[in-house]
Design a protein around this ligand. Structure first.
Ligand code: GLA
Length: 690
């Protein structure tokens, strides 16, 4: 039981409570650097040196105190094979230091130079259809080619020898947005070796993959195709795991080059992409020091809950504070129509990141390159060197980071509820969606939304993370499950936890084969219920029961009760005949805990009601009750401090009563407040008046 739940008799108390220590959350800290950093991606190699001071002065004036440099600058760092030139980077970093700006150094391996790929064409990646990449874009390298790995190691090592003790370098970014696997000869050979190591014999692989199906039976590992589409789902799942492991090795290759030459205070990370599912982030992050991500909004308009989910996802990669390594200064260049964020939303997004545990927000990019693929992208200053309109909003944000930084230093978010993100399961569903709209991320978000609104703090975690600290754990789609995982989930419930399972849970074993005993496999007798049949839906099916009425769409499972202790919470109404009057949601109390199985993709209102009941039963309280929809409440605590961040994502002004007199750390009023009036996109950062 968490300390906070015993003490939280009132909201007043809850606001002051610092979190239980075993949730792992912790902040990044640099004794000599500001606790909250504001930054931008800066490419000094694209500009005459005579202009650098002008740029850095404008950065300093905007309270920018970190730049990321170097991540695509290989041809400037090593202009020809074995000839390194770090002089320009030395001077750029020294000049940044003069302007009180520290540096994250990127290893340039996402953009190998032309001399390298021309002399060693095997370093170029091969796509799934056998086509080798050409020079002229980026990410054109093979992540398995030994020659490429040697070059990547060498450039990382030389850079670390040069900058590993530079006091102004705070950390390292490996490569840039890992994404594209290779399907060439080295990848093929390594995949086969990896399978052999895992399965031992090809006979065992044939058994697990059920290759008698369509005469897929293999006689040797080297007959196995290397594909990410259209193959046996067991192969597809193993390919994704292999790719994850390969990116981990790819990281380790560079870490082993950097770490021996770098001060321990310099962190090593890479920049990730939210829900991107090309590999398992938990596998890759097992060898990184902190998590970082590139926060670009997912649709044409900013949806704060969607963005909140991706912050929480990233925080969960290491279960500690993270960096926003890139975000948009109002707009990007790669959507169909690159509409801007509205005035005020850039600052709103920056504070949202801090509320969710970011210790740094960096914009991509500082200044438009004079040419190149991204001329239209949002920036802080134009190619002409003059600030663009959003510069002022970012300057204001920087000023506020400086003001609130000391109160936020050493704090992080803490949550009583967790949502499990599982790559194996997301992949397994994606390979065989069965219902076109069954997007595993959409299902995660459907569960996340009411949790975020009602509990106001959610951890998103791996299935392998400890569960004990949470009052509620939700698994929207744990499609792939092993016996060991099932055992952990049952132990969690027996210890008083409340477990909520979504549709398609526990349909597959860890080889992506159907559970031999049916669904939900090893959880069936514990739940006291099973899935008799699943149906893809293309229209609404009515639901009725203890939660009231609602609908299911996209997916519906016909459930049956196997134990007298298991209760039916909702039933389907009249629909395709099969589902009529059949159970759709089951629940079973186990001591003080409970297990609930939701067999359908529920309408938002019904999922909302279900969430309310579950949180109530588990004793989960909001941080600040009674706030209007669109007002986001976050709290960071630690080191005896507690800071409340309120953001009004609505366009209209909202009045928010405070439970105690509080000081707005970024506002102009010096006196304690008992309420705040937040204009559209307004932000308040509050600490209890001492
Ligand atoms: C990605 C990359 C950056 C830049 C931005 C543009 O995040 O990491 O180099 O291309 O997109 O939005």
């Amino acid at each position: 039981m968490r300390i906070s739940c015993r003490l939280a008799a009132s909201v007043f108390t809850a606001l002051l409570v610092t979190a239980a220590p075993y949730l792992y959350a912790q902040a990044t800290s640099y004794s000599d650097k500001p606790p909250l950093l504001l930054g931008a991606a800066w490419y000094p190699e694209q500009w005459p040196e005579s202009q650098w001071d002008h740029d850095l002065s404008l950065m300093e004036a905007a309270h920018i105190n970190v730049v990321r440099v170097g991540e695509f600058a290989w041809s400037s760092m090593e202009p020809s094979e074995g000839n390194y030139d770090f002089g320009w980077l030395d001077r750029a970093i020294a000049l940044a230091a003069k302007h009180h700006i520290c540096v994250v150094l990127g290893t340039p391996t996402a953009a190998p130079p032309a001399w390298l790929t021309t002399k060693y064409p095997q370093t170029l990646r091969v796509d799934e259809n056998g086509r080798r990449a050409e020079h002229g874009n980026r990410q054109h390298f093979s992540f398995t080619d030994p020659k490429y790995l040697q070059f990547a190691h060498d450039i990382a090592e030389q850079t670390a020898i040069h900058f590993g003790h530079n006091p102004n370098v705070v950390g390292w970014q490996l490569d840039n947005e890992y994404a594209e696997p290779d399907f060439g000869p080295s990848a093929r050979q390594q995949f086969h070796e990896w399978l052999q190591k895992k399965y031992g014999t090809v006979a065992e692989l044939n058994r697990r993959w059920a290759t008698a199906y369509w005469s897929q039976t293999y006689d040797n590992f080297d007959e196995i195709p290397v594909r990410e589409n259209g193959e046996n789902p067991a192969l597809l799942l193993e390919w994704k795991r292999f790719v994850s492991n390969t990116w981990k090795n790819y990281s380790e290759n560079q870490i082993s080059a950097i770490r021996p030459h770098a001060d321990p205070r310099q962190f090593i990370t890479t920049n990730t992409m939210g829900w991107f599912d090309g590999f398992d982030e938990y596998t890759v992050h097992s060898v990184l020091d902190i998590a970082a991500w590139d926060d670009y909004i997912d649709s044409d308009h900013f949806d704060y809950i969607d963005n909140a989910a991706r912050h929480d996802l990233t925080r969960g990669f290491k279960q500690k504070n993270f960096w926003v390594m890139e975000t948009e200064p109002a707009f990007v260049n790669w959507r169909k129509t690159n509409t801007p964020l509205l005035k005020g939303q850039v600052r709103d997004m920056a504070w949202q990141a801090i509320g969710h545990g970011a210790d740094t927000v960096e914009y991509w990019q500082w200044r438009s390159a004079p040419n190149g693929q991204e001329e239209y992208h949002g920036v802080l200053i134009g190619a002409d060197g003059t600030p663009v309109p959003v510069y002022d909003e970012i300057r204001q944000t920087g000023e506020e980071f400086a003001k609130a930084g000391p109160a936020i230093a050493g704090t992080s978010p803490h949550a009583d509820v967790a949502l499990v993100n599982d790559y194996d399961s997301r992949w397994a569903i994606t390979f065989q969606r069965h219902s076109a709209n069954f997007d595993p991320v959409g299902e995660m978000l459907a569960f996340y939304r009411p949790l975020r609104e009602q509990a106001q703090s959610v951890d998103m975690i791996s299935i392998n993370a400890p569960l004990d600290g949470y009052k509620v754990v939700e698994l929207p789609g744990l499609n792939v499950i092993s016996q060991a995982t099932a055992d952990r989930l049952m132990a969690y419930v027996r210890n008083g936890g409340h477990l909520l399972l979504g549709p398609r849970t526990a349909m597959k074993d860890e080889f992506n084969a159907l559970q031999p005993e049916g669904q939900p496999g090893p959880l069936e007798s514990f739940l006291g219920g099973r899935v008799d049949q699943f149906y893809a839906l293309d229209s609404d099916v009515p639901l009725t029961g203890d939660l009231g009425t609602g609908t299911a769409n996209i997916w519906a499972e016909q459930l049956s009760v196997q134990s007298p202790e298991t209760k039916v919470v909702e039933r389907y109404g009249k629909s395709n005949g099969w589902l009529d009057d059949q159970p759709a949601i089951l629940t079973r109390q186990v001591g003080k805990g409970s297990i609930t199985y939701v067999g359908a993709w529920l309408s938002p209102a019904l999922l909302n009601t279900l969430t309310t009941g579950l949180l109530e039963e588990a004793g989960v309280k909001p941080i600040l009750p009674g706030v209007l929809a669109g007002v986001e409440v976050s709290r960071r605590s630690g080191e005896g401090k507690s800071v409340l961040i309120l953001i009004n994502h609505n366009t209209s002004e909202e009045h928010i009563s405070l439970p105690m007199p509080m000081r707005d750390l970024i506002g102009s009023q010096g006196s304690a407040l008992t309420a705040v009036d937040l204009p559209g996109y307004g932000v308040a950062v509050l600490a209890a008046e001492k």
